[in-house]
Design a protein around this ligand. Structure first.
Ligand code: AMP
Ligand code: GLY
Length: 427
């Protein structure tokens, strides 16, 4: 059987998913809403407002879509999978109830408390005065978080009391909209940060891979946070023993807890973790692939992604072994000058076609579109230049060599993606 598939999203993550999905012999007609210039080479892109669930359902009915795959978190938290189910359309991703693992940091802490998942100690407040009184009596540093979805901007690490108090004010003064109606204040965890991705079918979780990303905009992890400036996989600091520990003490109990409360988790569970002296601790869950982590995971995944997602949606993941290539993969984000602040769209990009048929270098598109024949920038993060090699260092060299051939004066990238792993490899 072949499946007609609709993918929702428009980033580098979705281009990488699309690239992998079309390799499946199960793929029939393939659509993406809204997509980008890169995705338009492998899927038919449809200009649909993805916050309008009835428009998506109408599109699915008109194209007889068999399976919908959702890339970003916002539609998941807004209940797109529930709405698809009510319309009789199979979809990959968690229900709104299960997407609370990303939609509310307080919810995730409650699950961690109930099921003994190691995480930072915390307190939550629904008003400023109480949160501030707590801060005045607590040890620094503290991590102040808006409870809800804030597009990666709702977290402040406060090393002094003033910053902590200001972060609380920012939340309750509405800087993050409804996401800031509740504030979570956490203990500051010390260690190295890594990510682990599992595909889940409601009861069973299978490892998809580990990765490390680079959140700050400038070399040496300096400057403001971004969605992620680059990533590599696997993260060798997460050895097999640590993977077993994370799966056994964090992922599996979370999945069991979500099942027990009647909101089984189906989809990609992305655990942001701190490797602390006393073991791995959960920093946060996301309920979808990371961007740019997905790009490097897709380069390494050997198994059929579409088949895995169909199986997870059906609740029968146990029957599947997941296979990866032994290669390392590394991806560098090219962003528009000004990002993560304001930037100008529409600048012309040349030189990306050299790699269309390359085996070890792939250029995934994020914010791009075609202006006639010309590829132009259409967002902050624009391209992801990904390479695979026998080591992260080799992948890094290949990726930067490819970037040297891209002609885009208004673009910039970090020059040190993968530095932690390269240092480890050199040791
Ligand atoms: P989050 O949006 O929760 O992932 O937080 C954004 C970033 O803040 C994380 O990737 C960490 O680098 C950092 N962070 C969040 N919570 C903590 C914590 N409790 N201790 C130390 N760093 C944290
Ligand atoms: N790169 C982090 C994220 O996708 O949330």
């Amino acid at each position: 059987m072949k499946y007609d598939v609709l993918l929702i999203g428009s980033g580098g993550r979705e281009h990488a998913m699309a690239w992998k999905l079309v390799q499946s012999p199960l793929m029939g007609n393939f659509y993406c809403a809204p997509g980008n210039a890169g995705i338009s080479k492998v899927a038919e892109c449809a200009e649909i407002d993805i916050t309008d669930h009835s428009a998506i359902i109408n599109f699915c009915n008109s194209k007889k879509i068999d399976f919908v795959i959702i890339g970003p978190e916002a539609p998941l938290v807004a209940g797109i999978v529930d709405d698809m189910a009510s319309a009789g359309i199979k979809a990959f991703g968690p229900s709104a109830g299960a997407a609370q693992l990303e939609g509310s940091k307080a919810f995730t802490h409650e699950i961690c408390d109930l099921y003994d998942v190691p995480a930072a100690s915390y307190a939550k407040f629904n008003n400023g005065p109480k949160a501030k009184a707590y801060i005045r009596g607590a040890e620094l540093p503290l991590v102040i978080k808006a409870d809800g979805l804030a597009a990666g901007k709702g977290v402040v690490i406060a090393f002094n009391q003033n910053d902590a108090l200001e972060a609380v004010d920012a939340c309750f003064e509405g800087d993050f909209g409804e996401a800031g109606n509740q504030v979570v204040i956490e203990e500051y965890l010390v260690g190295e940060e890594v990510s682990l991705f599992a595909i889940c079918d409601g009861q069973v979780a299978s490892l998809i891979g580990t990765a490390q990303d680079h959140k700050q905009v400038y070399d040496g992890d300096q400057g403001p946070n971004t969605g992620g400036m680059g990533a590599y996989s696997p993260a060798s600091i997460v050895d097999q023993e640590t993977i077993n520990e994370i799966m056994g003490e964090i992922i599996v109990p979370t999945l069991a807890g979500m099942h027990a409360r009647g909101t089984p988790f189906k989809g990609i569970l992305f655990a942001g973790l701190m490797l602390c002296e006393d073991g791995p601790k959960l920093i946060e869950y996301n309920v979808r692939f990371g961007d740019p982590e997905c790009q490097v995971l897709m380069m390494r995944l050997r198994s059929d992604l579409l088949e895995l997602m169909l199986t997870a949606a059906d609740g029968s993941l146990l029957e599947h072994e997941i296979e990866w290539s032994d290669f390392s993969a590394l991806g560098v984000v090219l962003a528009t000058e000004g990002y993560p602040g304001s930037y100008r769209n529409g600048t012309a990009i040349g030189g990306t076609l050299d790699y269309e048929d390359a085996d070890n270098v792939i250029i995934f598109h994020a914010g791009t579109r075609y202006d006639g024949e010309q590829l132009v920038a259409n967002g902050g993060r624009v391209l992801n230049v990904c390479a695979k090699g026998r080591s992260v260092r080799e992948a890094q060299q290949l990726a930067y060599a490819a970037i040297d051939r891209i002609d885009w004066p208004q673009g910039f990238c970090r020059k040190d993606i993968g530095w932690r792993e390269v240092e480890r490899e050199n040791d």
